[in-house]
Design a protein around this ligand. Structure first.
Ligand code: ZN
Ligand code: ZN
Ligand code: FE
Length: 679
C-alpha cells in the first residue's frame, strides 16, 4: 500500500451550485444590498469546485481569497442565523469581483465596467452579435437564438456546421414556450446542478432552425449565476433565448484564462465580458435527457463533478483513463468513485495537457494517490498511452479493459449489482476496440460480471469499407450492408445517388473490390454504424460533421404510433440483419414514408434486444439486463426496449448517474480493475 493521505469526506469538495431562489430575489430587489450584483451567492448556492484551489473547501482556498471582505460582508459571514453564515463565496459590489467588457475591435478605448458593461453586452446580443462571457467554469459564447444570421455566423466562426446548440432562457415561462415538458423536466431545469435538459421542441418555438438542425429536440437551461440572470433579464427588445456554447474553437478545450480568451476568442466573439474571479478548473455545462421522470445523463460536468458515486465495494485507490480524451477519467477511493468532468477537444496534445491537468487537480483535491491504473484496450487512444506511461513511471499495475465490458460494468456499478451475479449486458455502441486486433465491436450481448465477460451474441460483422472513413461517411456503411444483403447498387438507392452526384463511378468500383476481398481491412459489428447505414440508405444523411449525427437525425424522424417490424435472423451467435435491410429497401421502393421506415427500424432493434436477452435467459437463467453504450442515448429505442423487456419479466438497468456514452467508460474500467486486483 502506498502511503495514503486521509480521505476527505465526499461532501468536502462540493460541485458548483446554481443560483438559489433567495439570491435571485435579492438580485432584483432595489432595496437589497446586492441589488444587481452579478456575483451574488450564499451558503446554499454559488461556484464551488470550479474556483477551489486546494482542499478543504473554505474561502481562503478559493479564488475569492483575493478579495478582502468588507465590514458588512464580514458581519454577515459571522452571523449564525443568516443565509451567508460561513458562506465562502460571500461578496458584494464594495468588496467582491467586478465585470468589464472588452471589445477587441475597439483599439485601446477603456473597457466599460459593471452595469454598463452588462448593458452594452446585452445591446450587442440584441443586435445579433456574438459575445463571449466568462463563467465560473470557463468562457462561453452567446448569441440571439432567434436570429438565424447570428447563429449561422457563430457556426461559421466555431467551425461547427451542424451539431446542436443549447439555449439559455431567463425564466421557466420562456422554456415552456420553446419545448414540451412535464413536471420532471421543470424540476431538472431548476435543479441545483442547472443542467442543459434536452426536450421536445415545439414546432412553433421562436428559435432559428440553425440552432438544432434536423432535430426535433432542443437543449434548454436556466441561468445558474447572477450574471446570467442579469444578462437574460427580460425586456421588450431583448431576445428571450440565447444560444450558449463552450468558448473554444471546435476540437479544442474550453478557454480558461483571460489572456487565453483575448487571444483565442477574439476571432470568435465581437465582445468579451470578463471578470476578475479566477477560474481554477474548467467545467462544461452538463446535459441530461428526461427518461421515465428522472434525469438520464448525456454529459456529466458542472453541478455534478466531483460528487462521488457510492460503490458496492471498497477497493484500492485507482485511476481509470477512459476512452478518447474528451470522454473523461475516473478516480476511486475506498467505496467512492469520482468521475471527472467531460472535456472538449480532439485527440491532440493540447487536449492531452488539459486532460492530465484535470487528473492532477482532482487527485490533489481529493487527496488520492492511485495504486493502479485502468485503461481501454485501444492502443492508439492517447488516454491508453498516458495510462501505460504513468503506470510504468510509477511502477503501478496497469489493467486493460475491453471497451464494451467497461460500458456494462459502469451501469452495473451504478446499480450496485451484487458481486456474484452475472448479468446480460447489451452494449450497443458506435466504435470500440475488440479483443482481436483490427475488429470494431458495438452490437454485443455480453454475459458479464465485474471481472469478466463472454460474448454471447453479436451483430454480424461486416467489412468497414475504408476503415475509419466508414465511420465518418455513413454512405460507405450503407453500401457495405447492401452488398451483404445481396442488393445491387442501383441508381434508385440514395447512397448510390449520393456517390454518383459527386461524379465518382470509380469510388463505387473501388469499394466493391474492397468488399469482395474480405481478407483485408477492418470489420465491424457495430449497431451504431448500422443506424448510420440506415440513415444513408433511406436518404436522411450521407455525410456527418459530428459523431452520432446520422443516428440522431434518424431518431428525430421516427413516426410515433408505428408498431410495424422488420424480420431479423439469429443464427448461432450471430444476429443477421440482411432481411431487415432487404425489407427497408422494399419499403423505400414502394414509397413508404421515411418516418414509418425509421419507426419500424427502431422497433426491429428493440425486438432484437428482446430476442437476444430471451435466448440468454433460456440458456442461463439470467433475467437482469444492463443497457449501456452510446446508442442508448436514443430515447426512442431505450423506451421501446425497456418496455418490451419489462413486459416479459426482465429486470432492466439503465444509466441514471453517468452517461451511457464514453463519458461513463472510465467508471466501468475502474470497477473492473478494482475487482480484478482484489481477486
Ligand atoms: Zn443563494
Ligand atoms: Zn462586501
Ligand atoms: Fe463506447
Amino acid at each position: 500500500m502506498r502511503d495514503q493521505p486521509s480521505l476527505p469526506p465526499p461532501e468536502a469538495i462540493p460541485p458548483d451550485i446554481g443560483i438559489c431562489e433567495d439570491c435571485r430575489r435579492e438580485l432584483f430587489a432595489p432595496a437589497d444590498r446586492r441589488y444587481r450584483y452579478p456575483f451574488i451567492s450564499c451558503a446554499n448556492c454559488g461556484p464551488r469546485f470550479s474556483i477551489l484551489k486546494q482542499p478543504p473547501y473554505q474561502r481562503g482556498n478559493t479564488s475569492l481569497a483575493a478579495f478582502k471582505m468588507c465590514a458588512q460582508c464580514a458581519e454577515e459571514y459571522d452571523a449564525p442565523d443568516g443565509r451567508r453564515y460561513r458562506a465562502s463565496t460571500i461578496a458584494c459590489e464594495t468588496c467582491g469581483p467586478q465585470v468589464w467588457l472588452e471589445t477587441p475591435g475597439d483599439g485601446d478605448s477603456p473597457p466599460l465596467r459593471g452595469a454598463s458593461a452588462i448593458e452594452k453586452a446585452r445591446q450587442f446580443l440584441a443586435e445579433g452579435r456574438i459575445v463571449a462571457v466568462k463563467d465560473t467554469g470557463g468562457y462561453r459564447l452567446l448569441c440571439d437564438a432567434a436570429n438565424a444570421e447570428a447563429v449561422a455566423e457563430l457556426r461559421r466562426r466555431k467551425r461547427r456546421p451542424d451539431k446542436p446548440f443549447a439555449v439559455m432562457v431567463g425564466e421557466m415561462r420562456v422554456a415552456e414556450q420553446l419545448c414540451r415538458m412535464g413536471q420532471a423536466a421543470r424540476d431538472l431545469l431548476n435543479a441545483p446542478q442547472r443542467p442543459i435538459v434536452v426536450l421536445e421542441r415545439r414546432p412553433d418555438a421562436p428559435i432559428a432552425p440553425e440552432v438544432s438542425p434536423a432535430q426535433n429536440t432542443l437543449g434548454v437551461m436556466l441561468p445558474y449565476t447572477g450574471l446570467h440572470c442579469l444578462l437574460l433579464e427580460s425586456a421588450p427588445n431583448f431576445p428571450p433565448a440565447l444560444v450558449v456554447t463552450s468558448g473554444n474553437p471546435n476540437g479544442e478545450p474550453l478557454v480558461k484564462t483571460d489572456a487565453e480568451a483575448r487571444q483565442r476568442l477574439a476571432p470568435l466573439a465581437d465582445a468579451i465580458l470578463m471578470h476578475d474571479l479566477d477560474i481554477q478548473t474548467r467545467c462544461h455545462d452538463s446535459v441530461v435527457r428526461v427518461f421515465q421522470g428522472h434525469a438520464y445523463p448525456l454529459r456529466r460536468a458542472r453541478g455534478y463533478v466531483p460528487a462521488p458515486l457510492r460503490l458496492a465495494h471498497k477497493g484500492v485507490p485507482l485511476l481509470a483513463t477512459g476512452g478518447e480524451l474528451k470522454s473523461t477519467f475516473c478516480l476511486t477511493n475506498q467505496e467512492y468513485a469520482f468521475p471527472g468532468q467531460h472535456l472538449h477537444g480532439g485527440e491532440n496534445q493540447r487536449t492531452l495537457r488539459v486532460f492530465t491537468e484535470h487528473i492532477a487537480r482532482l487527485e490533489d483535491l481529493l487527496r488520492i494517490r492511485p495504486e493502479a491504473i485502468a485503461c481501454d484496450l485501444h492502443p492508439a487512444y492517447l488516454s491508453s498511452r498516458y495510462a501505460r506511461q504513468r503506470a510504468e513511471a510509477e511502477g503501478l499495475p496497469l489493467v486493460r479493459v475491453q471497451h464494451h465490458h467497461a460500458h456494462i460494468v459502469s451501469c452495473m456499478a451504478e446499480h450496485q449489482i451484487p458481486d456474484d451475479e452475472p448479468v446480460i449486458g447489451v452494449a450497443f455502441d458506435r466504435t470500440g476496440y475488440s479483443t482481436e486486433e483490427g475488429e470494431n465491436w458495438g452490437g454485443e450481448f455480453l454475459l458479464s460480471t465485474y471481472t469478466d465477460f463472454q460474448r454471447a451474441y453479436h451483430l454480424d460483422d461486416i467489412p468497414l469499407p475504408g476503415g475509419e472513413q466508414a465511420v465518418r461517411h455513413p454512405w460507405r456503411q450503407a453500401l457495405a450492408w447492401l452488398e451483404r444483403a445481396g442488393i445491387p447498387w442501383t441508381q434508385d438507392l440514395p447512397p448510390v445517388q449520393h456517390v454518383l452526384r459527386q461524379g465518382d463511378r470509380r469510388t463505387l468500383q473501388a469499394i466493391q473490390r474492397q468488399m469482395q476481398s474480405e481478407t483485408t481491412g477492418q470489420r465491424s459489428s457495430s449497431v451504431g454504424l448500422l443506424f448510420d447505414a440506415v440513415a444513408s440508405l433511406i436518404g436522411i444523411r450521407h455525410e456527418i460533421s459530428y459523431t452520432g449525427q446520422a443516428a440522431m437525425e434518424l431518431e428525430a424522424r421516427v413516426a410515433s404510433h408505428q408498431f410495424g417490424l422488420y424480420p431479423i435472423l439469429i443464427t448461432g451467435e450471430v444476429i443477421d440483419p440482411v432481411l431487415t435491410i432487404r425489407r427497408i429497401v422494399a419499403d423505400l421502393r414502394e414509397g413508404v414514408p421515411q418516418g414509418v421506415i425509421v419507426a419500424r427500424f427502431h422497433n426491429t432493434i428493440a425486438m432484437m434486444v428482446h430476442e437476444g436477452c430471451r435466448k440468454i435467459r433460456e440458456e442461463r437463467g439470467i433475467r437482469r439486463v444492463v443497457l449501456s453504450g452510446c446508442i442508448w442515448q436514443n430515447a426512442t429505442l431505450l423506451g421501446r426496449a425497456v418496455e418490451t423487456l419489462r413486459n416479459d419479466d426482465f429486470e432492466v438497468c439503465f444509466h441514471r448517474q453517468v452517461p451511457p456514452n464514453d463519458g461513463g467508460l472510465a467508471l466501468g474500467q475502474a470497477v473492473v480493475a478494482m475487482h480484478r486486483l482484489k481477486g
